[in-house]
Design a binder for this molecule. Structure first.
Ligand code: DP6
Length: 318
């Protein structure tokens, strides 16, 4: 039996849209930070038949089944008993599929001694959920095409620029439209989709430069722009994809005011109503205190930059 842990990641240049065809290939590159403080723990063992248990409930998941089928075309894997737990809300825009597939592939690799490199694990995790390719890596991670292969890589180690994050949880319920379904809707119906793809290539280059230069102002500007552009794309899809609630909007205002008053902080929001604030080192306490008081925020989770997915002997010790 092998146990792996992985953390969700927060995309600063967003992925939203796939290439047509098999393999779950993104249409654009993306960049994220891997966040400690939220953890998925996944245990894998050989069993009589495949089974999946998420947070104590037996589930069927077509994406997990498709990934296992694909891996069995390459590796000799027995039926698997998979047990996975998140210490944060599942399917509510906190990237549980990212940490979930990163932990799953890492646990399978560990249990059956498949000897995969992080790049190979990232490529497999991408087939389950593209954002998972980034959670294989810690610190600042990218997902981009390299030598005709879409895979993740670590752009900058977490120690090199230890940004901090605060997640403002504004609803604990799963999101109404999944990311996969939502991005297909945007691709096929939003008049902004081509502009989104084209401009995201440029945003990615700008953000990579900002990270390499540790330029918070430039990263802040491009990350908030990518987030708001994503939501404009979603709003212009048919039917419209609207993921925010009133607390999300109030929290955006809270962060904007804090930044106007001099705190180096920006926000980003994914396919759900949670707001994720990212700040320069040393500012997490002030950001968390204000977000906790922002109207409608249920609770705040503080995080720092985390490590990539890894096998652990005793999951409680990591
Ligand atoms: C808004 O990685 O969940 O969080 O590849 O279909 O599983 P699939 O999509 P997923 O989409 C994540 C979308 C996002 C932005 C991001 O993480 O880049």
């Amino acid at each position: 039996m092998a146990t792996a842990i992985a953390h969700p990641n927060i995309a600063l240049v967003k992925y939203w849209g796939k290439q047509v065809g098999p393999g779950n290939l993104p249409a654009t590159p993306s960049l994220s930070i891997t966040v400690a403080g939220l953890t998925t723990t996944t245990r894998v063992e050989a069993a009589e038949r495949d089974s999946l248990c998420i947070n104590g409930k037996v589930r069927r998941d077509s994406k997990v089944e498709a990934l296992l089928d694909a891996m069995r075309n390459v590796f000799d894997l027995p039926p698997l008993g998979i047990e996975t737990r998140n210490d944060f809300p599942t399917g509510a825009g906190l990237a549980s599929s990212a940490s979930g597939f990163a932990a799953l592939v890492t646990a399978i690799d560990g249990e059956f001694d498949l000897g995969m490199s992080p790049t190979q694990r990232s490529t497999w995790a991408r087939q389950g959920s593209a954002s998972a390719a980034r959670s294989i890596f810690g610190g600042f991670a990218t997902l981009a095409a390299r030598d005709d292969n879409w895979t993740g890589t670590e752009l900058l180690a977490k120690e090199a620029w230890p940004l901090e994050a605060v997640v403002a949880v504004t609803a604990e319920t799963p999101k109404p439209v999944s990311s996969s379904e939502g991005m297909e809707r945007s691709r096929t119906t939003s008049p902004f989709y081509d502009a989104w793809c084209r401009s995201t290539e440029a945003d990615f280059e700008t953000a990579c430069r900002a990270v390499t230069n540790r330029d918070f102002g430039s990263l802040s500007a491009v990350a908030e722009h990518s987030c708001l552009k994503l939501h404009a794309l979603m709003l212009a899809s048919r039917p419209a994809l609207f993921y925010w609630n009133q607390a999300t909007i109030a929290a955006m205002e809270t962060i904007r005011r804090l930044r106007d008053a001099g705190t180096p902080v920006f926000y980003t929001i994914d396919a759900g109503p949670q707001l994720k604030a990212v700040c320069a080192p040393g500012h997490r306490g002030a950001v968390a205190a204000l977000l906790a008081k922002s109207p409608g925020v249920l609770r705040v989770v503080r995080g720092g930059l985390g490590d990539g997915a890894r096998v652990v002997n005793d999951p409680r010790s990591s």
